[in-house]
Write a protein that binds this ligand. Structure first.
Ligand SMILES: [Zn+2]
Length: 712
């Protein structure tokens, strides 16, 4: 694919990174920084007045929900921030007497709580929001997402998409994300520009990707990328081997070693679909988590996204090894992957965070909505309304999430010494009113069941204010929207053009085995097969080979103006010992007829054949034909030589949709007009020898002959 660099390994050097930055900083605002900067620690401990102690920001007035182990809350409460850290959390009166702040922010009638942690996403995919919806995962991924990514997923795409995602997430109260994508160097830079915290996982898989020709290239990029971000204040750079099925044990061994070398977590998708589990069981007799244990992958901290299809044994293994799970309820619902056994995971002590997954399968990055689903789904599944209470859902989006991704020493709760990643949320919008504080649990249910992402008022990450009164302070929103729309128009154009070209769609999913062959052919009805067999004995007919087959053909017809049709064939060749060897292929034919000769012999062309390695169901959903015709037949195929030229002769008995036949079909490859004319003449003679009269010649394909009348 054109975006794969062909020569040098695609390592981003510091100078090219700087170049990208220089081109892209236009989408960030330089003016409206918060009162603090990263080096504000240099302003600590001003000596002139040790009492009260100086801090940068003091938030005072409303309810502080700490999400610490004891679930302390303060009302009216306060939080003191100095530099990147939380200095104190407590009662308003206490903190106001102890600290003197450069800036005091009042949050009366509001809540302060830890910033939300999105434990699994694909940041740049916000640019593919709504690309192709309501499809099965394989059609969605292989038919739409991957072809569009091959065309568009450049470094600039990763940077812009990440910026758009940061804007949406910050505005909705998310302060930290765990990402998996390509060009992760760009994801990291965009996050830093936006001021967000993130674990950036560079995808390593066994196939070529938008930034690596081979997995060795991918590993090299990953290692180089990780070496750029060691000990960064906001970014953890990590390896993200996509999944067991997209990698190999060799790749996973290498990425585990990298994660260990840099002391960072390892990111994977695990047990997302039932198919994935069944395929692994068929090849290894092990379920995914057991497989990971067997291959030593669980020995190092792993963040496992999805874990929808894990059984009790696997849940216990995850708890024992301290695997962090990223639960993605919306994505699992939308792609019909299933519903993860969340209640059991929590009950057995698995560390579970919540993720949105990428925008192409969600279609937003709204963590409040994910919390709500995380609390609601287990209730319905277990028919138990106390299965996962709202407080647990909020914990998953904060402190449990921090534990799951290995950052709970820094974030996830409001405690002195942790980073100041916190949000202020309104409590008095129409959809939240009134707020009845009848029990201690109400505040959690109010947040999870009634609050919306848009109720977030202010956001701080690493002590720096990034959202104030609902406005993003560092990201130039109109600029980002304009650039995203422009790219959206390009993607739409590409997509619409491809949808109109069956051949392009075929090329995107299957390597073509054969292109453009030209054939002369004729078909005729026989009164009985005895004349056919007698014809094979004719002195001018020399048999070269013979096979018996059962063929099941499914023809896809598209709109009337496009005369192309696609045939999916299951060709069961019956061997001499009676065993059957099925071959599956896809053949795209152009206009049925290119030219017509004597005896209705036609010249057909534009045939493209590809191996069909996916299910018929996949192709039906992917190509979306207007009409489908299925034909089953038994075929005796003979390769013969007649007057010095080679022909294929088929004796066909149609079995479905209804019994018909026998038919004779004669074909020969050709390459020129003259050759075609000569062969057409010989086919006319051969037709007579094999028992078909000129009036028995059929001008149509089987698909046309046996189309149900109501479909015509
Ligand atoms: Zn994912």
């Amino acid at each position: 694919m054109p975006q794969n660099k062909s020569k040098a390994p695609p390592v981003v050097t510091v100078s090219t990174v700087e170049l990208f930055r220089a081109r892209k900083v236009a989408i960030f605002l330089r003016v409206a920084g918060g009162p603090q900067s990263y080096d504000s620690e240099t302003r600590l401990h001003v000596s002139e007045n040790s009492h009260p102690e100086k801090v940068d920001t003091l938030l005072v007035g409303g309810t502080v929900l700490t999400m610490d182990a004891e679930r302390h809350r303060y009302q009216p409460g306060a939080v003191a921030i100095r530099g990147r850290d939380i200095v104190a959390v407590g009662d308003e009166g206490d903190l106001v007497s102890r600290y003197k702040a450069e800036e005091t922010v009042r949050f009366d009638d509001h809540l302060v709580l830890p910033g939300l942690i999105n434990a699994h996403t694909h940041m740049p995919m916000s640019l593919l929001r709504g690309l192709a919806d309501d499809l099965r995962l394989d059609v969605w991924l292989h038919g739409y997402i991957l072809p569009v990514e091959r065309e568009f997923a450049t470094p600039e795409f990763a940077f812009l998409g990440t910026t758009l995602s940061c804007a949406e997430m910050l505005r909705g109260g998310t302060t930290c994300f765990v990402d998996m994508y390509y060009h992760e160097e760009e994801v990291a830079w965009a996050a830093v520009e936006a001021g967000m915290r993130g674990i950036c996982g560079e995808t390593v898989v066994k196939f070529p990707t938008p930034n690596a020709q081979s997995y060795e290239d991918g590993l090299r990029y990953c290692e180089e990328f990780m070496s750029h971000w060691v000990d960064h204040d906001l970014i953890v750079a990590a390896p993200a081997p996509h999944s067991i099925y997209m990698t190999t044990p060799e790749i996973l061994e290498a990425t585990t070693a990298l994660a260990r070398q840099f002391n960072v977590p390892h990111l994977m998708h695990v047990a997302e679909t039932r198919d994935e589990v069944e395929e692994l069981l068929a090849t290894s007799a092990l379920r995914p988590v057991r497989w990971l244990e067997e291959h030593g992958i669980l020995e190092h901290p792993l963040i496992a996204a999805h874990c929808v299809h894990v059984n009790s044994e696997e849940i216990q293994l995850m708890a024992r090894y301290g695997v962090g799970v990223a639960h993605n309820p919306t994505s699992n619902l939308k792609l019909a992957s299933g519903i993860a056994p969340l209640a059991e995971m929590l009950q057995r002590g698995v560390q579970v965070g919540i993720g949105t997954d990428g925008c192409a399968s969600n279609n937003d990055l709204d963590m409040v909505e994910e919390m709500r689903l995380a609390a609601l789904l287990p209730k319905a599944v277990t028919r138990n309304p106390v299965a996962v209470p709202a407080e647990e859902a909020l914990a998953m989006a904060t402190i449990y999430g921090a534990q799951a991704i290995g950052l709970d020493h820094l974030i996830g709760s409001l405690e002195p010494g942790k980073r100041a990643d916190l949000i202020v949320v309104g409590l008095d919008a129409l959809h939240q009113s009134p707020f009845l504080e009848t029990t201690n649990a109400n505040i959690y249910s109010h947040l999870v069941y009634a609050t919306q992402a848009s109720d977030v008022r202010d956001v701080w990450v690493n002590g720096r204010q990034l959202v104030r009164d609902g406005h993003l302070m560092r990201i130039d929103v109109p600029q980002v929207l304009e650039r995203a729309s422009e790219l959206g128009r390009q993607i739409t154009r590409f997509f619409v053009q491809r949808e109109g070209r069956i051949l392009d769609k075929l090329v995107d999913i299957a390597p073509l085995e054969q292109r453009e062959t030209f054939e002369v052919q004729v078909k005729g009805a026989l009164r009985d097969s005895a004349a056919f067999y007698k014809g094979l004995e004719h002195p001018d007919v020399h048999q070269i080979a013979h096979t018996s087959r059962d063929q099941y053909d499914t023809y896809f017809f598209f709109d009337r103006n496009a005369p192309q049709r696609l045939r999916y064939r299951e060709d069961q060749v019956i061997q001499l010992d009676g065993t059957v060897h099925p071959i599956y292929n896809l053949t795209l034919t152009g206009p049925a007829k290119e030219a017509e000769y004597e005896h209705s012999v036609v010249l057909s062309r534009s045939r493209y054949t590809a191996e069909a390695d996916r299910s018929l169901r996949f192709y039906r959903e992917y190509f979306g034909p207007e009409k489908v015709v299925e034909i089953g037949k038994h075929r005796e195929r003979y390769h013969i030589r007649f007057k010095g030229l080679d022909f294929a002769v088929n004796l066909d008995q149609i079995q479905s949709p209804r019994s018909a036949g026998p038919f004779v079909e004669i074909k020969s490859r050709t390459w020129s007009q003259r050759d075609a004319e000569q062969k057409a003449r010989l086919i006319g003679d051969l037709l007579g020898i094999l028992g078909a009269q000129p009036e028995d010649v059929l001008p149509h394909d089987y698909a046309d002959l046996f189309m149900a009348p109501e479909e015509e």
